[in-house]
Write a protein that binds this ligand. Sequence first.
Ligand SMILES: [Zn+2]
Length: 62
Amino acid sequence: MDLLQPHEVTCPHCWERITVTLDLSEPAQSYIEDCPVCCKAIAVSYASHDGQVDDLSADAAD
Ligand SMILES: [Zn+2]
């Protein structure tokens, strides 16, 4: 199973759809990623279960 999976989220700053790569080897993670469109910080958090993403959110981090 490939534990690095691309998923789409909506940037909370510019509302563009962007793709983030999630590492599903961890049951839950949160990290800061810069939006590739507007370069503002996004707090990405998610939980995973059996290689499926359960709860993915992207919030403004500043
Ligand atoms: Zn953005």
